[in-house]
Design a protein around this ligand. Structure first.
Ligand SMILES: NCc1[nH]cc(CCC(=O)O)c1CC(=O)O
Ligand SMILES: [Mg+2]
Length: 311
């Protein structure tokens, strides 16, 4: 009765990884319990999400080395793995489940950066934005309900919003990775999409310094002004103060991404006897709600939804 915040399956977004083939379940070693699945398996997971009351999945492709290039052109292929997965999920579950598509080039580039490199190897903001716009349109045409630019280029939200409007995709939302930090917690994700082996350098020229909070508020303000329907803070647990500050300052839905390294640390802790999985996960998830989140992207989404159903 005196509880101030609640958590429900309806607050969760489930990130899942797509791989080529059929009938494939390919475990990600650094993300125990998470596997890449071929499109047929993604459809199964989509049905599972619906039955668990999870309103949205976030799709990420594992792109084979021979489909990667310096310019990440595969991102614009309307028949790429990502688009095939989006279409298959939408054909199977329709409007019962939202599909969020990540917009960034890192699953497609041979150098693992989220954008295009200039002659000196620097990630070129404006050239990248032009490609991200085309990527977002390809995903919207495949049926994505939400496009989520995770690249952190300046000005991409406005450019994508304009292109969506011009292309007739008025109802496609933008969830902006607005305050995304250059974090050490993304390691297992990069394994999952096959970019850790190829990544050259770091992403500090476009992702944020973990020491900065004021800058996060400026980044969020810009993305809202450019047309974002909702914003994201990423990673999660180490940035609860950013979520709280954003909640005080802005009147838009705020999401947290509890990233791969956070998931893997919990699983490692459980394996080491530090604590019990359900208790550890649920304490973390309610903390995001308390800090002001509308919802949370978490690899523990299906387990959490089951625990909530049995509570
Ligand atoms: N565009 C890249 C992207 N989109 C989502 C994640 C990380 C998610 C996670 O760690 O779970 C990353 C990694 C990165 O910026 O290198
Ligand atoms: Mg920004």
């Amino acid at each position: 009765m005196f509880r101030e915040t609640r958590l429900a399956a309806a607050d969760l977004i489930w990130p899942i990884f797509v791989t080529e083939g059929s009938g494939v379940t390919d475990p990600v070693a650094s993300l125990p319990g998470v596997s890449r699945r071929s499109v047929d398996g993604i459809v199964e997971q989509a049905r599972e999400a619906v039955s668990l009351g999870i309103p949205c999945i976030a799709l990420f492709p594992y792109t084979q080395a021979d489909r990667r290039s310096d310019d990440g052109a595969e991102a614009l292929n309307p028949d790429n793995l990502m688009c095939r997965a989006i279409r298959a999920v939408k054909d199977a579950v329709g409007s019962d489940l939202g599909v969020l598509a990540d917009v960034a080039l890192d699953p497609y580039t041979s150098h693992g950066q989220d954008g295009l490199l200039d002659a000196s190897g620097y990630v070129a903001n404006d050239d990248t934005v032009a490609v991200l716009v085309d990527q977002a349109i390809v995903q919207a045409e495949a049926g994505a309900d939400i496009v989520a630019p995770s690249d952190m280029m300046d000005g991409r939200v406005r450019a994508i919003r304009m292109a969506l409007e011009m292309g007739g995709h008025h109802n496609v939302q933008i969830m902006a990775y607005a305050a995304k930090y250059a974090s050490a917690f993304y390691g297992p994700f990069r394994d999952a999409v096959g970019s850790s082996g190829v990544l050259q350098g770091d992403k500090k020229t476009y992702q944020m310094d973990p020491a900065n909070g004021e800058e996060a508020l400026r980044e969020i303000a810009l993305d809202i002004a450019e047309g974002a329907d909702s914003v994201m803070v990423k990673p999660g647990l180490a940035y609860l103060d950013i979520i709280w500050r954003a909640k005080q300052a802005f009147d838009v839905p705020i999401f947290a991404y509890q990233v791969s390294g956070e998931y893997a640390l919990v699983e490692a802790g459980v394996a080491a006897g530090v604590g019990e999985r359900e208790a550890l996960v649920m304490e973390k998830l309610i903390a995001f709600r308390r800090a002001g989140c509308t919802g949370i992207l978490t690899y523990h989404a299906p387990q959490a939804a089951r625990w909530l159903a049995n509570a």
